[in-house]
Write a protein that binds this ligand. Structure first.
Ligand code: FES
Length: 119
């Protein structure tokens, strides 16, 4: 159940939505709802999670997220260290909905050979 103070985040182009509490990073809020954004370090240095903010306002948990001034001006953000401060629209084409994945294949069935002469 989303917190009453949470913000709504829409992922584009998929149209998936999740709720982001103001004290939780966008990456963790998405993961809690089964939406996997690309990520690695989770501390704002590797840039694996980089996504473009199409609408809304965020705030960072760290002072110097690994983005240049130009990237920030263009709307690029790092969801692993960013928290919502309003409803958001985030362009994240590589996001995966973990609930939509097909089930893993069944393990192979191994049948032991019958000894000669048995039925
Ligand atoms: S996961 Fe490394 S910068 Fe976001």
């Amino acid at each position: 159940m989303p917190d009453a103070a949470s913000f709504s985040v829409e992922l584009r182009p998929q149209g998936w939505r999740f709720e982001a509490p103001p004290d939780q990073t966008l990456l963790l809020a998405a993961l809690d709802m089964g939406l996997r954004l690309p990520h690695s370090c989770r501390n704002g240095t590797c840039r694996a999670c980089i996504a473009k903010l199409a609408a809304g306002t965020i705030d960072y948990r760290i002072e110097w997220p690994g983005l240049s001034r130009e990237e920030k001006a263009e709307g690029w953000i790092l969801p692993c260290v960013a928290c919502a401060r309003s409803d958001l629209v985030l362009e994240a084409p590589a996001a995966i909905n973990l609930f939509d994945l097909p089930p893993p294949p069944a393990p192979p069935v191994i049948v032991a050979p019958r000894p000669p002469g048995s039925t």
